[in-house]
Ligand binder design. Structure first.
Ligand SMILES: [Zn+2]
Length: 189
């Protein structure tokens, strides 16, 4: 996932976080180009299970502001709440190129912290499933991950899939976790 916001959005920078905290990339991560997958991130070293690989920092923008961005800018946002997205004016960091996979090896510790779900070997791609963080209308594209679990088309409601809720239990971002709780409570009534 990549994100980059034009400098015109500097006016909405959150004064509480602006500039003081920087996006973190774990050691050994590297961006590589792939003819089919495009740019993505691999690790040059084995990474233990439950190690933090990325912490994204920036400032929050609303879905309305996000909707007015160029498609290329919007595609680079991380959803960090319902109708809330993390933006950043810095140059793209290594972890901004972490891609979606339908068979991911990372999940969320909180809305902006990505951790490994299992041990990852040197040379493996670092991935998460966008269903773990995304419930927005901007998510709509064909997946090229080619995993055996690949669901082909990604959409805003993928988090509703029972098989994903089972597979990613404990790995969803908090706002998606909350949506799942609210939905199951509603279904149970
Ligand atoms: Zn896929």
């Amino acid at each position: 996932m990549k994100r980059r916001i034009s400098l015109t959005l500097l006016v909405v920078r959150n004064p509480e976080t602006g500039g003081r905290h920087e996006t973190f990339s774990a050691d050994g991560l590297r961006v590589v180009d792939h003819p089919r997958l495009g740019r993505h991130v691999i690790t040059d070293r084995p990474i233990d299970a439950r190690e933090v690989v990325a912490v994204w920092r920036g400032y929050e923008i609303s879905e309305t502001v996000a909707a007015n961005l160029d498609r290329s800018e919007r595609d680079q946002l991380l959803q960090v709440g319902i109708g809330r997205f993390l933006a950043n004016d810095d140059d793209l960091r290594t972890v901004d190129y972490i891609n979606h996979s339908c068979e991911p090896n990372c999940g969320f510790l909180d809305a902006t912290t990505l951790v490994t779900m299992r041990r990852i070997e040197a040379g493996e791609s670092i991935t998460f499933d966008y269903a773990m963080s995304d419930s927005n209308s901007f998510i709509s594209f064909d997946c090229a991950c080619e995993s055996t679990n690949c669901r082909g088309r990604l959409g805003r409601d993928d988090w509703r899939r029972p098989e994903l809720q089972r597979r990613y239990a404990g790995w969803f971002a908090p706002h998606i976790e909350q949506l799942i709780r609210e939905t199951s409570r509603f279904d149970g009534d």
